[in-house]
Design a protein around this ligand. Structure first.
Ligand code: DAH
Length: 343
């Protein structure tokens, strides 16, 4: 019987040698190692053998089966290899063809806007001062003249951090950095911008995000006047938006007195008040500002009888929207390349 197996193996392997296409290979598989193939036929003979011979016969049959399966698998690989070489020959590689250019990322439109802001204020002698995103209630509100339960808090819907003794929150604006910058600089004058992420507990929409950037500015010195505020911010707008009229508009913030919002003439309707971007007013609001409130100066360590200052706060995403006519703030966080690649 074992001769039989040896002969079968030799015959099967000799046949396999000559096969170089998948169709014939499949026929070979069915004939030899398929369910009704020659190898299984050998196994079926076992029951007809005397008990003493069964073990040895089974072992031989098994070895045969494994050998044929291995040869079969090797052949699959060999055929693939041949097909590949043939394909390469038919379509020769041209190593002189230029490679595919890897696509490079680029800077996010928010960061681009931030960098423009840094450049403009840098040229005017402002330092960049970085402060924390997780703040205390005291810094974010109380030292800015917004006591607990004061209705002004409604302007800053707040994420509070649970489980802390002192009330801790995600800063709702960069203004608490004013206090930190003043305390770090005292008794020197301050001329700094404070960029970074802020968080508000908002219903997200085309106009509101729960996270966004702000750039705060603070100047403290001797004889700093509202004229300095107007001059600095007007020059900022000129460098950011080009030559276009600006206006200062009475506003209210608890930490500045007086306070003003600053508008630039609408880039779409040019002041005619005919489009939705400016809500038909002809003006786009770009920042809030004001003279630092005497109590806030004091909270920063400065005596308001000797020192004065101005401050402002703007949103770089909003500025990018106004500059480029972007109508949905959610674009800045969607990671949609069709949006990002336009900048
Ligand atoms: N913190 C204000 C806000 O988030 C913006 C602001 C207004 C900042 C007036 C200022 C300022 O420094 O003087 O809406």
């Amino acid at each position: 019987m074992s001769e039989n197996a040896t002969a079968l193996q030799a015959r099967a392997l000799a046949r396999l040698e000559t096969i170089w296409d998948n169709e014939q290979l499949e026929a070979w598989r069915v004939e030899y190692i398929g369910r009704k193939g020659a190898v299984n036929a050998l196994f079926e003979q076992i029951s007809a053998l005397p008990h003493t011979e069964r073990g040895a016969f089974g072992k031989t049959a098994n070895e045969l089966k494994l050998a044929l399966e291995a040869a079969f698998n090797a052949k699959i690989g060999a055929i693939k290899q041949i097909e590949l070489s043939k394909a390469l020959e038919a379509e020769p590689l041209d190593v002189t063809l230029p490679g595919r250019r890897p696509s490079r990322g680029h800077i996010h439109p928010t960061i681009q806007t931030l960098q423009e802001i840094y450049k403009i204020f840098g040229e005017m002698g402002f330092q960049v001062y970085r402060t924390r995103q997780v703040e205390t209630d005291i810094m974010n509100f109380q030292l800015l003249n917004i006591p607990p339960f004061h209705p002004a808090r409604d302007n800053w819907s707040t994420f509070y951090v649970a489980g802390s003794d002192e009330k801790v929150l995600l800063r709702t604006h960069t203004s608490p950095g004013q206090i930190r910058a003043m305390r770090a600089a005292y008794p020197n004058p301050v001329r700094a911008i404070l960029p970074g992420l802020c968080y508000r507990y908002e219903q997200v929409s085309a106009r509101y995000e729960i996270q966004f950037n702000q750039v705060e500015g603070i100047v403290v010195g001797h004889n700093i006047t509202f004229g300095n505020l107007k001059g600095t911010l007007t020059e900022f707008a000129r460098r950011m938006f080009g030559e276009r009229p600006v206006r200062f508009y009475g506003d209210h913030f608890p930490f500045t007195e007086p306070s003003a919002q600053m508008d630039v003439r609408c880039i779409i309707c040019e002041g005619r008040g005919t489009d939705a971007l400016c809500k038909y007013t002809g003006w786009l609001e770009i920042l809030g500002s004001g003279m630092v409130h005497p109590q806030v100066l004091r909270n920063g360590g400065y005596d308001p009888n000797e020192w004065s200052g101005f401050a402002f706060g703007m949103g770089p995403e909003r500025i990018a929207m106004l500059k480029h006519g972007i109508t949905d703030i959610r674009n800045f966080w969607n990671n949609d390349l069709r949006f990002l690649e336009q900048f």
